[in-house]
Design a protein around this ligand. Structure first.
Ligand code: SF4
Length: 251
């Protein structure tokens, strides 16, 4: 008589290494936003920006524009959309209208058609027309140079105002988008639970001489190197300075 053997109980499948690494990075990011990543020392911050400057002395934003008005429109259109997606739609839009007066004349329906490949295009088309009309009525058709006036325009928040003040008017403002928020929190450069907290801290710690280009360096670093899911720590020029526990190279 043959003996029946009881099959060994199945072990739960192990999570893949990649999944474990992703969870570790996500946990580290969540922790970073709460503040446990050690803050970078002033010398390390100076060194990080010295390297950003050496690698790319005059960084540029990636939104196509012709003048301050088209920059403002491009930034408004870029909310919850990629710069590449906005750049596909704006050449035709700016060819048809590169001033507030021309944009107001173009009208909401035609603007809507020209930007329909961009997310939230209906609301954005409404805002583009309303802000063009407000620029004509209250600012002589010019883009204002103050934060208050910019933020009073339809569809314009603090981040958009910071980008316009920086790129169009050379103000040392720091626009905190998703990339700057992540890089600030991860590296120990500027921890904060909100974009405003990160912006305020960046404003305190970045040496004055690097302030004008700081947000471009941080955006580009977040967009091309310190990616959300798979940071390229092996090719990161500040890897030895970064304090993030989830980084994939040794300090
Ligand atoms: S070492 Fe990695 S986590 Fe740190 S800044 Fe560089 S890419 Fe980002």
């Amino acid at each position: 008589m043959s003996r029946k053997t009881t099959p060994a109980p199945r072990r739960p499948a192990k999570k893949s290494t990649a999944a474990t690494r992703r969870k570790t990075r996500a946990d580290a990011d969540a922790g970073a936003a709460r503040g446990p990543v050690p803050a970078l020392a002033p010398k390390a911050i100076e060194e990080a920006f010295r390297r950003f400057h050496t690698a790319n002395p005059t960084p540029k934003g990636e939104l196509e524009h012709i003048n301050a008005f088209t920059l403002l429109i491009a930034v408004v259109l870029s909310a919850q959309a990629t710069d590449a997606g906005v750049n596909k739609a704006t050449p035709a839009l700016f060819k048809a209208a590169d001033t507030p007066a021309k944009m107001a004349r173009l009208g909401e329906e035609r603007v809507r058609n020209l930007i329909k490949t961009i997310g939230l295009f209906r609301t954005k088309a409404r805002n583009v027309i309303a802000l063009s009309q407000k620029l004509i009525a209250e600012h002589g058709g010019e883009v204002p140079r103050t934060r208050e006036a910019l933020e009073s325009l339809p569809g314009v928040g603090r981040k958009t105002a910071n980008v316009v003040l920086n790129i169009a008017f050379g103000a040392p403002t720091i626009a905190v988008d998703t990339h700057v928020f992540r890089v600030g929190n991860r590296t120990g450069l500027a921890a904060g639970k909100t974009p405003l907290e990160v912006e305020t801290r960046l404003g305190r710690v970045i040496p004055d001489r690097y302030r004008l280009h700081a947000h471009h360096w941080l955006i580009l670093h977040g967009r091309y190197t310190c990616l959300a899911r798979k940071p390229r720590c092996g090719r990161c020029i500040i890897a030895d300075l970064c304090r993030w526990p989830g980084k994939t190279v040794a300090a």
